[in-house]
Design a protein around this ligand. Structure first.
Ligand SMILES: NC(=O)c1ccc[n+]([C@@H]2O[C@H](COP(=O)([O-])OP(=O)(O)OC[C@H]3O[C@@H](n4cnc5c(N)ncnc54)[C@H](OP(=O)(O)O)[C@@H]3O)[C@@H](O)[C@H]2O)c1
Length: 253
């Protein structure tokens, strides 16, 4: 029996991945991880053999709960989707210390620890997807900590792809632009709402569809739509000061 493990499955991108992976019929079960148990339970009702694991992955206890589940159940893993993550808009005076550390703990630490923990259970032909962001391509004042955590994920995933290739595991880093999810409920605060223009805003169906196709093709980078592909290209040929100036222009009120 092969399963899919999905973090951040209680909403948005992770939730959609569960539904898309179910359609492939490549797995017989799911491990759904997030903090909101009820949301996970509702999703699990529509999936075969789905186990719900309520865990705060920004904490050691949350990470250890996943480790314990793995050693108890010794699953064969066909997909690992690391979608749990969050961002908060604002500069270093506007983002609280709690969120600064929280983003590092969840977006970086949990992503790395979970990947390393699950890889020994992954079968040849399996896919590991790390959720990055279009913010990986340029340093972003006013979204610095989030963008920097995702830049870590971007580099980490690409190197990991080569480290696990011999095991028949394909690693993809998914870097979409803005996607219509609950992400912004947490990202926008009284202190900062981020850029005025958040377009083009992708639907979660479109974004996850791109990622599923990229995984099938064994692509290491999924930049999703033309806009993000242009951002990627420009980040390679332009000095950083140009995209940073464009971004800062979008922030100014
Ligand atoms: N939306 C965008 O524009 C966008 C663009 C690029 C990349 N991304 C990335 O995509 C990923 C998914 O975000 P989304 O857009 O789908 O936002 P979302 O709807 O807010 O989903 C975030 C998911 O992460 C989980 N999560 C948050 N904190 C957690 C914690 N401490 N422990 C365990 N799980 C936690 C949430 O579940 P609980 O609250 O139930 O714990 C939720 O399931 C994130 O990594 C985000 O950075 C989003």
């Amino acid at each position: 029996m092969a399963i899919a493990i999905i973090t951040g499955a209680s909403s948005g991108i992770g939730h959609r991945f569960a539904q898309e992976i179910q359609k492939t019929k490549e797995v017989d079960g799911f491990l759904l991880i997030a903090r909101r148990r009820q949301r996970l339970a509702a999703l699990a009702e529509g999936l075969p053999n789905a186990t719900v694991l309520e865990a705060d992955l920004a904490t050691e206890a949350g990470i250890e709960a996943v480790r314990a589940w793995l050693s108890e159940n010794t699953p064969q893993v066909r997909y690992l989707i690391n979608a749990a993550g969050y961002g908060v808009f604002g500069d270093y005076t506007q983002v609280s210390e709690r969120d600064t550390v929280g983003m590092i703990d969840l977006n970086i630490k949990a992503t790395v620890l979970l990947s390393h923990m699950v890889i020994p259970y992954m079968i040849p032909g399996s896919n590991l997807l790390e959720v990055g962001s279009a913010s990986v391509f340029t340093p972003l004042p006013g979204f610095n900590i989030y963008a920097s955590t995702k830049a870590f994920v971007y580099h980490y995933a690409q190197a990991l792809a080569y480290e696990v290739r011999d095991k028949g595991i394909r690693v993809t880093v998914f870097c979409p632009g803005w996607v219509k999810t609950e992400f912004f409920d947490r990202a926008e605060t009284e202190k900062s709402e981020g850029p005025r223009v958040k377009k083009p805003m992708l639907t979660v169906e479109y974004a996850v569809g791109c990622a599923m196709r990229a995984m099938k093709k064994g692509k290491i980078l999924c930049a999703c739509n033309w806009y993000t592909k242009m951002q990627h290209l420009f980040s390679k040929i332009l000095p950083n000061c140009i995209p940073i100036a464009i971004w800062r222009g979008m922030l100014k009120k």
